[in-house]
Design a protein around this ligand. Structure first.
Ligand SMILES: Cc1ncc(C[n+]2csc(CCOP(=O)(O)OP(=O)(O)O)c2C)c(N)n1
Ligand SMILES: [Mg+2]
Length: 619
């Protein structure tokens, strides 16, 4: 700081402590002092912080510079200065106040998964930060770039049992790949930048926690240490588009060219590489099985895909993995190991941006560390077109046969409704560019199998964490990210009820999300699981909720459908409206649509698991 400035860092804290959390009068805007090495530092592009910003201003400006457009959270005295920094910039970044911080973190995660852009959430110190955890784990486990901001108690009251004094740095230690307590404005200039870079570059959660008095500290009151030359990062960033070297590509191509039955497993890392995956599948005559988060890699009517894989997948995908002599894994760590080729059965090639993921689920001979799109671009010219198409043809024949079963089930006109029928109706009614979010439960199995994803539709869900409750928050985030597109979610009554107050968040923010709720008054997935291991059902019943009344109480619309006609909107006028709403874009006068449906999980057993019984081909 300037030698003439009488308000140094220590005095600042002294004043703030004396004044409680009220903003102290900061006096003149003295500039931060240059360090002794400042002359050597080449300035890089950086956000503009304006006149004498405080720590919170610097953090928020940095987030904006990194392309953040929404921040989800709940206010609290531990985070008030950050909220004020957001309020001052509300023309450039949207603060979305939610009803539970878990939802805020899910929204940040969903925003990041649906867009690839930075998702941001915040929580006040103590309980607010604790509530964020589940959604942050969802982001961390699925590689979604999220920045979480939390408050801390006063900088000098940690460790003294001050109210709400939770050590948020420790709290986030496991979930965050970048986890820093911000000690002042000068520190914020550096670490806010690093947090964004880490979240986007390493794909995960970056956490900054800031004591409430530090949040309001002005830059003029701060003094860089003698070894801190000032900002040393850059606000410019492009994702790593790395492709492996030629000899590694050649080694991979040799394996793929030598195989006579090549199967591909595509995950979310392959989402930007649809064209390349299609060309590769065509060249190699290779069926492509898709992980849940990779469902949009190929449209479901692509002749090259056998649909999903794993517990939520199809029998033809299981068959392809067990019958192949070569497997190519593209940007996937699909968790169910029993669905990979049996060890020793197939040669393996894997492409992943993260080196530690190579060989994670199944041994591979060649692991290519790189971006899937860039790697395939390098690999494709080295691949020879396979003359023998019999493996692909057999996969297609099986897929055609397998589809008969869902199609028969989906076409059944019975009440209680079959969930497959509901999802199929939804699938048919969705807009061509709809953005779909999934929750976790039996409903996810039905959605994964019965949604026939079209070329321009997007889909995400909770992959590795498999948590209940993100469906609605993801749909809200998707609607904010893509205001002109239809945003819908498939949820169960258990998962939805966990965070259903967020329906008011949708209403308050004019977000016409569409939620299809499969109401079975039970935690059905676990019912199935208990039966599968031979246990009687216990603890799986849910007290019924009138979700239509709830939706209306929130200011949303709600419809109850009990027959296929009602779902498809053929009979009653209100359901015609429902169908129209599904099929048109999101300019509805009321803000949200909740469509509860009813089905009996006890009638579902045989239809529930498909790929677990690939031999019987039952569904
Ligand atoms: C937060 C959380 N708690 C518990 C579970 C275990 N679990 C997985 S699915 C499920 C049931 C989900 O019920 P519901 O949302 O009603 O969907 P349904 O299975 O009935 O379609 C449970 C309890 C979980 N995955 N996440
Ligand atoms: Mg349920």
């Amino acid at each position: 700081m300037d030698a003439n400035n009488t308000l140094d860092r220590r005095r600042f804290f002294h004043m703030v402590a004396a004044a409680g959390v009220a903003t102290g009068a900061m006096g003149g805007a003295a500039s931060a002092s240059p360090s002794e090495t400042a002359a050597d530092i080449t300035r890089q592009p950086a956000p503009s912080f304006g006149d004498d910003p405080n720590t919170a201003d610097i953090v928020v400006e940095t987030l904006i510079a990194w392309g953040a457009t929404c921040v989800f959270g709940i206010v609290g005295d531990g985070i008030n200065s950050v909220i004020e920094a957001l309020r001052k910039r509300r023309d450039r970044i949207r603060y979305v106040g939610v009803r539970h911080e878990e939802a805020a973190a899910f929204m940040a995660s969903g925003f990041a998964k649906h867009t690839g852009r930075l998702g941001v959430c915040l929580g006040t110190t103590g309980p607010g930060a604790i509530h964020l955890m589940n959604g942050l784990y969802d982001a961390a486990l699925d590689g979604a770039p999220v920045v979480a901001l939390t408050g801390l108690t006063f900088h000098d009251l940690g460790g003294v049992r001050f109210q709400q004094s939770v050590d948020t740095t420790k709290l986030m230690q496991d979930v965050a790949l970048y986890n820093v307590e911000v000690t002042g404005p000068e520190h914020a200039v550096i670490v806010a930048n690093r947090a964004c870079r880490a979240a986007l570059g390493e794909r995960g959660v970056a956490h900054l926690t800031i004591a409430k008095d530090v949040q309001m500290m002005r830059r003029s009151a701060d003094k860089r240490s003698m070894r801190n030359p000032g900002a040393r990062s850059s606000s410019s960033w492009v994702p790593a588009i790395s492709a492996p070297p030629a000899e590694q590509l050649r080694a991979a191509a040799d394996i793929l060219n030598a195989g006579s039955r090549v199967a591909v497993l595509a995950g979310q890392g392959a989402l930007p590489a649809r064209e390349e995956v299609t060309r590769l599948a065509d060249l190699l005559g290779a069926p492509v099985a898709k992980s849940l988060l990779g469902k949009a890699v190929l449209a479901d009517d692509s002749p090259f895909t056998t649909g999903g894989i794993g517990d939520l997948g199809t029998a033809p995908s299981s068959w392809a993995m067990k019958a192949c002599d070569t497997v190519l894994i593209l940007g996937s760590t699909m968790p169910w190991e029993e669905y990979y080729p049996t060890p020793g059965q197939a040669r393996g090639v894997q492409v992943d941006i993260k080196p530690d993921r190579i060989g994670l689920r199944t041994p591979v001979e060649v692991g290519l560390v790189g971006d899937v799109k860039a790697t395939l671009t390098g690999l494709l010219p080295l691949l020879r077109r396979k003359a023998d198409r019999s493996f692909l043809s057999e996969a297609q024949r099986r897929m055609g046969e397998w589809q008969n079963l869902p199609e028969r089930v989906e076409a059944t006109a019975r009440s209680p409704l079959r969930p497959q029928m509901v999802i199929r109706a939804l699938s048919d009614l969705l807009a061509d560019d709809a953005v779909i979010s999934l929750d976790c439960g039996a409903n996810t199995h039905f959605a994964a199998r019965c949604l026939r994803l079209r070329a321009n539709q997007r889909l995400t869900g909770t992959g590795m964490l498999a948590s209940m409750a993100p469906g609605l928050p993801f749909a809200i985030a998707a609607q904010l990210a893509y205001p002109g597109r239809q945003s819908g979610a498939v949820v169960g009554d258990g998962g939805f009820a966990m965070l259903m107050a967020e329906l008011t968040t949708a209403v308050a923010n004019d977000l016409p999300v569409k939620i299809v709720l499969l109401k079975n008054n039970s935690l059905a997935e676990v019912m199935f699981e208990q039966r599968e291991i031979g246990n009687p059902n216990y603890g799986c019943g849910l007290a019924p909720i009138d979700f239509v009344a709830f939706a209306k109480a929130c200011g949303a619309d709600g419809y109850r459908c009990e027959s296929p006609d009602q779902v498809r909107g053929r009979s009653r006028r209100r359901c015609d409206r429902l169908a129209r709403r599904w099929s048109k874009r999101s300019s509805t006068p009321r803000k949200s649509l909740l469509s509860p449906t009813n089905y009996r999980p006890d009638r579902q057993k045989a239809e529930y698991r498909s790929s677990r019984r690939p031999s019987s081909e039952r569904w």
